[in-house]
Ligand binder design. Structure first.
Ligand code: 13P
Length: 287
């Protein structure tokens, strides 16, 4: 069932768990995430970065594929199709293409401009029943060309953006896209607590979910995080399983080169990673 992400995240916040956003790259990725969500009876958010949208030939292709797959696979759990780190133009395109949720990442603009652009997109998206995520501070590292310095979000600025009527807020709290460096200082829970207090009931979003230790995930959820984004971890699982298959020479045995066989271990590996995350985030049996 394709829905916006508002209700699923309100429920998650009220009941003390988080819904996973898993970024998709192609048909195998999408199918793996949807089937796992259904098996786990978990709500789920499919994240699409602008780079991944372009790779899949455009947002219309993605929206059509996701809608058809939900129907053909009989997916009954709530699924949101969400633009990840969208630009102003990208957000408008996804609204037109039939996404059920968008993120506008105006964190690199001065706060006044972030406020003005977010406000405009909230009005447009909400008139069509589409949910909106905004960002304050920034996520360190790089994802599909979106680079952040990792500034910790200012609680007052978070309140300014939350007051625009957005549905959920991504705030930089020392989190990083991609693998965490060995000398990573961990999440800034003081900042998270200040943001939680300043934004009252707002569901908060933790980006850079790959490699954050379980105890930090649980503490973040207890401080208002209701959505956790995972991208790199599925890529690493897919790559490792594919490498193992090829290094074992299985692509050269029988018809092991058949793409449906060649991509199967990676597909299964994504499913296992998604299941593990849904269990850790507490969203199993919450659909
Ligand atoms: P990771 O790639 O670090 O899991 O981050 C995902 C993310 O935050 C998507 O916006």
């Amino acid at each position: 069932m394709l829905v916006n992400a508002t209700e699923m995240l309100k429920k998650a916040k009220a009941e003390g768990y988080a819904v996973g956003q898993f970024n998709i790259n192609n048909l195998e990725w999408t199918k793996a995430v949807l089937l796992t969500a259904e098996e786990c009876k978990s709500p789920v958010i499919l994240g699409v970065s602008e780079g991944a949208g372009k790779y899949m030939t455009g947002y219309k292709t993605v929206a059509a594929m996701v809608k058809a797959m939900i129907e053909e696979l009989n997916i009954t759990v709530p699924v949101a199709l969400h633009l990840d780190h969208g630009s102003y133009e990208g957000a408008k395109k996804c609204i037109d293409a039939g996404f059920s949720s968008i993120m506008f990442d105006g964190s690199h603009y001065p706060i006044e401009e972030n406020v003005a652009k977010t406000k405009e997109l909230v009005e447009l998206a909400h008139s069509l029943g589409i949910s909106v995520e905004a960002e304050v501070g920034s996520i360190g590292g790089e994802e599909d060309g979106v680079v952040g310095k990792g500034e910790v979000a200012d609680a007052n600025e978070c309140k300014m953006i939350a007051d625009l009527g957005i549905d959920f807020l991504a705030a930089g709290i020392g989190n990083i896209h991609g693998k965490y460096p060995a000398n990573w200082q961990g999440l800034d829970f003081e900042a998270l607590e200040a943001i939680k207090n300043a934004t009252e009931g707002m569901p908060l979003v933790l980006h850079g979910g790959t490699g954050i230790p379980a105890d930090m995930i649980q503490k973040a959820i207890s401080l208002g995080v209701a959505k956790i984004n995972v991208n790199t971890e599925c890529q690493l699982s897919f790559a490792a399983a594919t490498r193992e298959y090829i290094e074992a020479g299985k692509d050269q045995q029988g018809k092991g080169y058949d793409p449906r066989k060649l991509l199967l271990p990676g597909f299964e590996a994504i499913k296992a990673t998604v299941k593990e995350k849904m269990e850790l985030f507490g969203s199993v049996n919450k659909a």
